[in-house]
Ligand binder design. Structure first.
Ligand SMILES: Nc1ncnc2c1ncn2[C@@H]1O[C@H](COP(=O)(O)OP(=O)(O)O)[C@@H](O)[C@H]1O
Ligand SMILES: [Mg+2]
Length: 375
């Protein structure tokens, strides 16, 4: 009976549990662990953990290392890449399993998938960064714009004096061009850091994607882009700010077209999906000091954009989400960051996979009903 109960406890637990014996053979692995770590369930008796976790060797390493360690981590985090691309973050603690005499006979790892929590942390950090950056930028822009206005005024006065002097006026034109460009740049920065107030209306995202792509392609009349669509039938109307969202997708499309150069193929797909999302879940009882999140499945509209461009080398991939990062001569470096800001304001997300030589793939997920941003 006790063994049955222990087994039920293990399989009902919402955290992953794996234990190994002194020889490194897996002695326990619950269903949650098999799901998180993508291994078969149940595990055949005696399977070596190095073999079972060949696709994520860090887990085997931690378990084997724990057999002989004096101190063990209570609350540690580990980033794993599963299936060669899915990056997950697990929070774990390790224990030694001892016999009645205190001799170590095995080790155990208890862990939770913190990927969603981490994504939420990153979103929060981005929001905070933008809020403080916004204040500084607004003040700076005000100062600089006043002075640029002054310079333009004096350029106008100088032009009057130089009437008839073509060469002198040409210099003034160039100076004025620079002033306007600087003013434009300030506007761009201010736009990016300004808080977004969404004007939501129920919107058919399929139509919106087509408009965004049309307006993008119109900007690149020489590009020969073959476009394929895979829009699932009967996608629901979702409450979004159509203008903001159109601009955000147009940024992604523009990047794809720019990356592909003269010709390429662009594939755009949209469908519904059930996605794990984080919800505030401290429970109904009001307990001081209680904080918590829960995961729940929620319907999402998923949009995928694939381009056949050159893809991104790792150093670019690492930095694409940074505002002002660009590899282009006249790039703003704000395309992806501002798109991400728009998706985030809709409590959606933007993910990116890119392999040099194999193109780039963006995935956007948007909630189908308005959600409160957890503070
Ligand atoms: N689809 C893509 N394919 C390859 N590289 C891309 C793609 N999208 C973005 N990038 C890279 O990310 C950088 C940042 O993009 P973005 O934020 O839109 O700024 P910008 O387009 O002004 O450079 C680009 O300069 C480019 O190097
Ligand atoms: Mg761009």
């Amino acid at each position: 009976m006790k063994a049955y109960l222990a087994e039920r406890v293990l399989s009902s637990m919402r955290c992953g549990v794996v234990t190994v014996d002194r020889h490194g053979a897996v002695t326990t692995l619950n269903e949650q662990a098999s799901r998180y770590l993508r291994v078969r369930f149940p595990v055949p008796e005696g399977t070596a953990c190095r073999e079972l976790f060949a696709h994520c060797p860090a887990v085997a390493h931690l378990l084997l290392d724990a057999l002989d360690r004096k101190t063990l981590p209570d609350r540690a985090e580990l980033e794993l890449v599963l299936d060669g691309e899915r990056q997950v973050l697990i929070g774990f603690s390790l224990s030694q399993i001892t016999d009645a005499k205190g001799a170590v006979v095995g080790s155990a790892i208890f862990f939770k998938d913190l990927t969603l929590v981490e994504q939420e942390r990153e979103r929060e950090a981005l929001r905070n960064r933008l809020a403080s950056l916004g204040e500084v930028a607004a003040q700076l822009a005000h100062e600089v714009r006043n002075r640029l206005g002054g310079i333009r005024l004096f350029l106008g006065l100088a032009r009057r004096r130089l009437e008839g002097d073509d060469e002198g006026c040409a210099y003034l034109d160039r100076a004025e061009g620079e002033v306007l460009a600087a003013n434009g740049k300030m506007g761009e920065i201010l736009d990016y850091v300004r808080p977004l107030n969404l004007d939501r209306v129920p919107t058919a995202v399929g139509g919106l994607l087509r408009e965004a792509l049309e307006s993008t392609l119109a900007r690149f009349p020489d590009a020969e882009v073959a476009v394929t669509w895979a829009l699932a039938p009967e996608l629901p109307l979702i409450p979004v700010d159509p203008e903001r969202l159109r601009d955000a997708f147009a940024n992604l499309f523009a990047n794809a077209v720019e990356a592909m150069g003269d010709r390429g193929t662009l594939h755009v797909a949209a469908c519904m999906e059930e996605s794990s999302v984080l919800v505030d879940a401290p429970g109904k009882v009001d307990i001081p000091g209680l904080r918590g999140y829960g995961e729940s499945l929620s319907p999402r509209l998923r949009v995928d954009v694939f381009d056949s461009g050159p893809g991104m080398p790792p150093e670019v991939l690492r930095r694409v989400f940074q505002p002002f990062y660009t590899t282009k001569d006249h790039g703003s470096g704000l395309g992806i960051s501002s798109a991400q800001k728009v998706f985030d304001a809709h409590t959606g997300s933007l993910d990116l996979r890119s392999v040099p030589g194999a193109g780039t793939h963006f995935t956007v997920r948007l909630p189908v009903a308005e959600e409160v941003v957890s503070a």
